[in-house]
Write a protein that binds this ligand. Structure first.
Ligand SMILES: O=P(O)(O)OP(=O)(O)OP(=O)(O)OC[C@H]1O[C@@H](n2cnc3c(O)ncnc32)[C@H](O)[C@@H]1O
Ligand SMILES: [Mg+2]
Length: 198
């Protein structure tokens, strides 16, 4: 990426890492935060952007490299935007399957017209741990929540996320398609533009 020979990706989520790496391509040599630490920082922010900055600073501090972090989640209209920034912790840290089961239960009797939702992604890039001007880009992906899981690709809430334009769930898409359309893809496209790579 322009000006960066090497970059650390500040995520401990294997699904995210795979997508971010595919989107970055050969633009920059990418290292994973797992090479430096297994300890995940506490996500104390009240917004996606705050948490992305916090994770990027932490990774830059630990690695001594420029760092790119992704804070993302699912905002469900009927639930007033929940689970939102708490998406990973929705079922108290019991993982993706428990998160999905809890979401289906919360929307049990909710009709299709009220099942709108969006995936949200905030990317933060810091040049060093104390960077006073992080580069921030966001992306949204609109869809709705299915009544049962569909598809095996992706991760997290993908099996429950219906993409109307594609007429399939985001877990039914091949990764190349998700990586063109998703909230993360949109945020990454903005980041590349911002860095003069698009
Ligand atoms: O913080 P890091 O280490 O990056 O990993 P994480 O999994 O904890 O990531 P977040 O804190 O940003 O929480 C994101 C949550 O939203 C879900 N999520 C985000 N993007 C998604 C996507 O593209 N498909 C499905 N679920 C997604 C994901 O499964 C998590 O539960
Ligand atoms: Mg997290």
């Amino acid at each position: 990426m322009s000006g960066f020979k090497e970059l650390v990706l500040a995520s401990h989520n294997a699904g995210k890492l795979k997508e971010l790496q595919a989107m970055l391509g050969d633009a920059v040599r990418v290292r994973s935060i797992g090479e430096f630490s297994q300890v995940e920082p506490e996500e104390t922010g009240l917004s996606f952007v705050e948490n992305a900055i916090l994770k990027a600073r932490n990774a830059a501090r630990i690695s001594g490299l420029p760092a790119l972090a992704d804070d993302s989640g699912l905002a469900v209209d009927f639930l007033g935007g929940a689970p939102g920034i708490y998406s990973a912790r929705y079922a108290d840290g019991q993982g993706d399957a428990a998160n999905n089961a809890k979401l289906l239960d919360a929307l049990k009797d909710v009709p299709d017209a009220q099942r709108g939702a969006q995936f949200v992604c905030a990317l933060a890039l810091v040049r060093h741990a104390d960077d006073p001007l992080p580069i921030l880009c966001e992306g949204l992906w609109h869809g709705s929540i299915l009544h049962e899981a569909r598809g095996e690709h992706g991760f997290g809430y993908d099996p429950l996320f219906w993409v109307p334009d594609s007429e399939c769930s985001s877990a039914e898409m091949p990764s190349e398609q998700k990586n063109r359309l998703s909230h993360r893809a949109r945020a990454m496209a903005l980041l590349k533009q911002r860095l003069g790579l698009a």
